[in-house]
Design a protein around this ligand. Structure first.
Ligand SMILES: Cc1cc2nc3c(=O)[nH]c(=O)nc-3n(C[C@H](O)[C@H](O)[C@H](O)COP(=O)(O)OP(=O)(O)OC[C@H]3O[C@@H](n4cnc5c(N)ncnc54)[C@H](O)[C@@H]3O)c2cc1C
Length: 509
């Protein structure tokens, strides 16, 4: 008999509750599941990053004298075979908030464990609460979890004699060249380096630099793919950031490696991480269904070969800054928050595309794909939640604000690089625009008008406000300090935001 530690998106040995709870002999297992990788939100670039993180986990386990057993196939079938051959005393894993596919797989594993009479211990790794009754008091519970001690890697565990198995080159037959992007390095040492370099001063310009795709790649922490795969635990990151915040605040301002505000901003985002994942944990169907019923009723499916979807997805909408963001994301697997929001908002509002199609495309492009952040953000930027003021980002205004010299455009849209900076933002203003670059696929003011009318129709639906209150009760943040959700009734704040959004909507281009 043995304990199985099933690694999923928790690829580390430090602060690993499942490993710490297991009793010897213990078999650390990773299952490569081809069916997961056939999903329309999974992609080769995510696999390449994961593969490198698995190699790293294997080395971490080896330092503890343990193997990483890797098998490919269906989780229930593999666990059943292992149980029949060796006898599983207990199965340990983290509590995963994944996509609908992993949710279904976990239900099947739970059924198997129940029928086989074997206990499956799922250990929380985020401040996300399973079977949460009410959002009231959630932030307190989050802080409570993050404040508990970080667990050291367990010593003295032994493993049975077993063939480890190679980590496959690919989960099923796809072109191995696919998905080779200039992504950041995977693994725990790389993740720790990022955290420490940010706190040692790289994050000094975080608050200002996070908005522009020119400065964000170095100004932001870049922890996202590591948090998505668990190379670091959220608790160790939160504790390290809070400690750094206290230490930095104790220094005279002239000696601070970065402003206290930068550390606080990072800390807020670590909180948002779990706040968003909680939404999908509480309502997994948000991957497919709009949070607000009126937004769901207004949806029209987008065909995979829709010309507007293809133009947006390939970075040839005719809006150079938007296309530059998409092309940079295609090449690197990462882009900053503001540009993610702009890409999504443009697809849903200006192009009128269904968020499921454009959201899946972005998911595949993100090396840091985290379903629990992704789908609620996709809905939020598409006006599908009913509790967030829809933001209609003007891609020209964003370009002028975030890339005033048009250097980012010149790098990613070479078709317009020879033009003076001002015209790189708006090549259609030339008498003879560059032949190699498309004309805008939609006219901005007409597209905005149509988007505003769609939003108004949704908001005028019978019972809209009552449903919005229900959505807020279930998912809304109760903490103003961290809030990205607008409780209905906070009129002044909503009005201020709407005024700002209106200004973004109405820039005369
Ligand atoms: C449409 C859309 C889709 C997104 N999809 C993902 C996704 O699949 N995976 C993902 O990790 N993030 C996603 N985000 C949130 C955000 O853009 C990224 O977390 C961030 O850009 C990652 O870079 P970073 O690690 O340098 O972030 P930092 O700014 O350094 O923040 C540190 C960490 O805080 C968390 N965080 C930061 N911003 C947010 C936010 N707005 N909401 C929730 N958590 C946040 C992330 O875990 C991030 O790694 C999405 C945002 C939008 C608008």
């Amino acid at each position: 008999m043995l304990d199985v530690v099933w690694f999923k998106r928790d690829l580390r040995v430090a602060d690993h509750a499942a490993l710490a709870a297991a009793r010897a002999p213990v078999l650390p297992l990773y299952i490569v599941e081809p069916e997961y990788w056939r999903g329309d939100d999974a992609s080769p670039r995510q696999w390449h990053f994961l593969r490198a993180a698995l190699e790293d986990l294997r080395a971490q386990l080896a330092a503890l004298g343990l193997p990483l057993v890797v098998r490919r196939g269906d989780a229930v079938a593999l666990l059943a075979r292992l149980h029949a051959e060796r006898g599983i005393r207990a199965l340990h894993s983290h509590e995963e908030t994944g996509n609908l596919w992993t949710y279904g797989r976990d239900r099947a594993v739970a059924r198997f464990c129940r029928e086989a009479g074997l206990p499956w211990h799922e250990h929380p790794q985020f401040g996300v609460v399973r079977r949460l009754g009410s959002r009231d008091g959630w932030a307190r519970r989050w802080a409570g979890f993050m404040g508990t001690p970080v667990q050291a890697p367990p010593r003295g565990l032994s493993a049975p004699e077993v063939i480890e198995g190679a980590i496959p080159e690919q989960p099923f037959d796809w072109n191995p060249e696919d998905g080779l992007v200039e992504a950041q390095p995977a693994g725990r040492a790389a993740a720790l380096d990022l955290l420490e370099s940010f706190l040692a001063g790289r994050g000094a310009d975080y608050r200002r630099g996070m908005s522009s795709p020119v400065s964000a790649p170095t100004a932001c922490s870049r922890l996202s793919p590591h948090l998505a795969l668990g190379s670091l635990s959220m608790r160790e990151v939160v504790q390290r950031v809070e400690r750094a915040g206290r230490d930095i605040a104790a220094l005279p301002p002239s000696q601070r490696p970065l402003p206290v505000g930068a550390v606080q901003s990072l800390a807020s985002r670590l909180h948002w991480h779990c706040h968003f994942i909680q939404k999908l944990e509480s309502e997994p169907e948000l991957e497919r269904r709009a949070a607000h019923p009126a937004a769901e009723a207004a949806r029209r499916p987008t065909a995979p070969d829709d010309p507007l979807l293809l133009a947006w997805a390939e970075g040839r909408t005719g809006y150079p800054f938007l296309d530059a963001c998409m092309r940079s994301l295609i090449a690197t697997g990462w882009i900053n928050f503001r540009m993610r929001a702009m890409l999504m908002s443009f697809a849903s509002h200006h192009l009128g595309l269904d968020w499921a199609a454009s959201g899946a495309h972005l998911a595949r492009l993100f090396v840091d794909y985290e379903p629990g952040i992704h789908w609620p953000q996709v809905q939020m930027q598409s006006g599908a939640t009913g509790i967030n003021t829809p933001r209609l980002y003007n891609p020209v205004k964003q370009g002028l604000d975030q890339d005033p010299e048009a250097v980012f455009i010149a790098r990613w849209v070479p078709e317009v690089a020879h033009l003076p900076a001002g015209l790189r933002h708006m090549p259609w203003r030339l008498e003879i625009p560059p032949a190699a670059y498309p004309a805008p696929v939609v006219e901005l003011s007409a597209a905005l008008q149509a988007a505003r009318e769609r939003i108004s129709r949704i908001r005028a639906a019978a019972g809209f406000e009552a449903e919005a209150r229900r959505v807020f009760q279930k998912h809304g943040s109760r903490q103003r300090r961290f809030a990205q959700d607008d409780p209905m009734g906070e009129r002044a704040r909503i009005a201020r935001r709407e005024e700002k959004a209106r200004r973004q909507m109405t820039l005369d281009v």
